[in-house]
Ligand binder design. Structure first.
Ligand SMILES: Nc1nc2c(ncn2[C@@H]2O[C@H](COP(=O)(O)OP(=O)(O)OP(=O)(O)O)[C@@H](O)[C@H]2O)c(=O)[nH]1
Length: 352
């Protein structure tokens, strides 16, 4: 007997479902019965014919506990008309206890006009490979994010290492020259004065010779701390310029103010007693300081400002140490500021 059109259509549908790996199921919404079972899915999960019969009626028992609410909500949303289709992704437990990813896609059918359909018809299909790849990609992304974070941390540490002196943590010479050149440009643009102090620990070689290099390092760190404590955050630059030499850049600071800062620094260092030995030996420390100030139009660049302050420092050393000397690089005939400090030899401020 020739095959009828309805049978042919059914065969066509079965072929399409098979080719696409789709497992058709159907639920009667009036009775709540499963009128077509998703047998292929249960077979894939390793269940036998008999187990499928009972399993179909108790499908919720196979859902992963983390997915069950999602599935129930997707069904409810479609049955109440919130969504035009029922679709969701979930894991089912195989007979051997493994979790396998599937997806459902369905819709209420068999309705007429205003009358709601009586059947929920849909397909189930295996999406396990895709889900595993997604999980792998998510894990790789997470690893990459973590590696990126570590790289950023490493970069920040490298920048910190490259910019700072390892012994004292102050800016190093390179950073000083970079930041100083920027300050110089600001000075030129806005016409503010820019002052610079070079402080050098007096007779430091003796500390090294008497107590050793590590003791010398302690003295350097102690003086560095005093210099750093004076820093106006976000304004001044405090750097270790070389062995026992420090530079403090004071933007928007004129000569007299810079001299006051230098003198106050000198006095503070003078009060330091640094522990240099295991038996509690302490050494007193002093610094000599050279000060130079640059005004707009003075014709000096930052490097020359440093050289000037260095020359002033040389004079301070020459005149007996523990002293402040200054050079005021104003474009007008050089003005000299003298802040007398009587009765406090050898400390004090001397004009250069
Ligand atoms: N402990 C230690 N010593 C250093 C460091 N860098 C340089 N020095 C030493 O610092 C000493 C500097 O000595 P000098 O330049 O003769 O100066 P000074 O003894 O301080 O004498 P004046 O500057 O003239 O007062 C040298 O002995 C250097 O070896 C360092 O990082 N740690």
């Amino acid at each position: 007997m020739a095959m009828g059109e309805a049978d042919l259509n059914k065969e066509r549908l079965e072929l399409a479902l098979e080719a696409a790996g789709l497992d058709l199921w159907e639920n009667d919404l009036i009775t709540g019965n499963v009128t077509r079972k998703a047998t292929k899915t249960f077979e894939e999960l390793g269940f036998s014919e008999d187990e499928i019969v009972s399993g179909v009626q108790d499908i919720y028992g196979l859902f992963h506990p983390d997915d069950i609410d999602t599935v129930r909500k997707a069904v409810a949303d479609h049955l109440t008309g919130v969504t035009p289709q029922y679709r969701c992704e979930f894991r089912l437990r195989s007979k051997s206890g493994e979790w396998v990813w599937f997806a459902n896609y369905g819709r209420i059918m068999d309705g007429h006009g205003e009358t709601r359909g009586k059947r929920l018809i849909g397909v189930t299909f295996n999406i396990h490979d895709r889900k595993c790849r997604e999980t792998e990609i998510a894990q790789i992304n997470q690893q990459l994010t973590e590696q990126n974070r570590l790289l950023q941390q490493l970069n920040a540490s490298l920048e910190q290492l490259a910019a700072n002196d390892s012994l004292t943590g102050l800016s190093n010479r390179r950073t000083l020259m970079e930041l100083g050149a920027k300050e110089y440009k600001r000075t030129e643009r806005f016409g503010h004065p820019l002052s610079l102090l070079v402080a050098d620990i007096d007779l430091f070689k003796t500390v090294n010779d008497l107590y050793g290099h590590l003791a010398g390092d302690r003295v350097i760190c102690a003086v560095a701390q005093v210099c750093a404590a004076r820093k106006r955050s976000g304004v001044d630059i405090v750097a270790r310029f070389g062995g026992e030499e420090f530079v403090i850049v004071l933007p928007e600071t004129d000569g007299p103010s810079a001299l006051q800062v230098a003198e106050s620094l000198r006095r503070e260092v003078e009060t330091l007693l640094v522990c240099v030995g295991d038996e509690g030996q302490e050494v007193a420390v002093t610094v000599s300081i050279g000060v130079a100030t640059l005004h707009k139009g003075s014709g000096m660049d930052f490097e020359e400002l440093v050289n000037r302050a260095d020359k002033a420092l040389y004079r301070a050393k020459e005149s007996g140490r523990n002293t402040v000397h200054c050079v005021d690089a104003h474009p007008a005939p050089a003005r000299v500021h003298v802040l007398p400090n009587p009765g406090e030899a050898p400390g004090g401020v001397v004009a250069a």
